[in-house]
Ligand binder design. Sequence first.
Ligand code: ADP
Length: 435
Amino acid sequence: MRDFLHRSLLYAALILALTLACWLILGLVPALLAAIALLSGWLLFHLWHVARLTVWLQHPSARHIPDGYGSWAAIFMALYRQARKQDENRKRMAAALERFTNAGEAMPDGVIVLNGHDRIDWMNPMAVEHFALDRTLDIGSQLLNLIRHPAFHSYMAAGQFSQPLVLVSGNARDRVLSIQLVPFDLSHKMLLSRDITSLERVQTVHRDFVANVSHELRTPLTVVGGFIETLSDMDEVDSATLKHFLPMMMEQSRRMQRLVEDLLVLSRLENDPKAVEFDKVDMDALLNTLLIEAEGLSRGRHRIALTQHSPDWLWGCPQELHSAFGNLVSNAIRYTPEGGTITLAWQVDAHSARFSVTDTGIGIPREHIPRLTERFYRVDRGRSRSSGGTGLGLAIVKHVVARHRAKLEVHSRDEQGSTFSVVFGREHIAAAGQS
Ligand code: ADP
């Protein structure tokens, strides 16, 4: 600016000097004419630059700054620097905005930005999915018209947003959302939504499990407690009474013991996700042990056979496999009426190895089969308990099978017997020999 003033004063002084020189040499009239001509030229020079500046100001851009002469060159250069700085700032802001928008878009939680009238300003794809919204049509719409859940309306009306609201989404069935409104600025709000369906499911499973364990333990505890109370109320307990009560108490305490043992096995399997250390399992020895155990459990009430026996061994954890196979054998015996047949088989072909237990027992109606490995799931509660079942056997089998990356197959028809098979991949087959 100072440069512009200096130059202007210099030009004015020059014009004045030239006019005076002209006056002295040529007289007054030529001097005045020369002054008018010089001032007009000077004015035109400035008008031309002002016109160029006006045109540029309509579309200011650092790339198309006009060229200037004299003092205007400095002005246009200053304008160029300022425009370039603004361009850079604008680009930086646009990049920052894009980064924030991309971050919002990529968020695993739903985000809806609301204006002061609770109308939607912006939303990310996850919010679209959570509330079944439309990203083009619903921008600018009243949120309360789009989310019609009564609990959500009460939450918005109450104005207490410190705690999240848990909502079972009506749009996508069975989806549980945790929703929280976060006010920001003076009037804007942000609605955050998180899908907690699986978390809720885990909590429900946990609650059910605790309830089931308590229920399973309550009955035998009540029975034992009742017997103890009866006995302590008696002045004298004769041996006939004791012989009557003690076996029943023993049976109930065994039931609790079995339950606690199964729970411990299950908890160890669930809490130790590490792959088990595999060893070569002598299938000959394991099958013989299972046969002896089966005969012990059956006490001569069933025919027990071992067929299709392969000489191959198995890579796996001996204790876990014994526990899983033993559960299948014990189930076959417990759910097969007297006179039935239980068949153990160990088959190996080019692709897989298969351990199976087939019985001619009561069978399982088809609709129950997918749920058999759930903890405490029983087709017939009374029958399971009276046969000494804990309801955890197949849950244990499921975990062992998963840890061996094997597959449990169940084929059964109501009243027509069942076959439970554990199928291992080819990599689990080991040549017989020293373990
Ligand atoms: P349980 O201790 O009750 O036997 P499991 O987890 O071992 O528990 O088995 C779950 C349920 O599956 C049993 O209660 C029973 O109803 C059914 N089941 C398992 N094995 C057989 C079988 N071989 N024949 C008929 N039903 C079976």
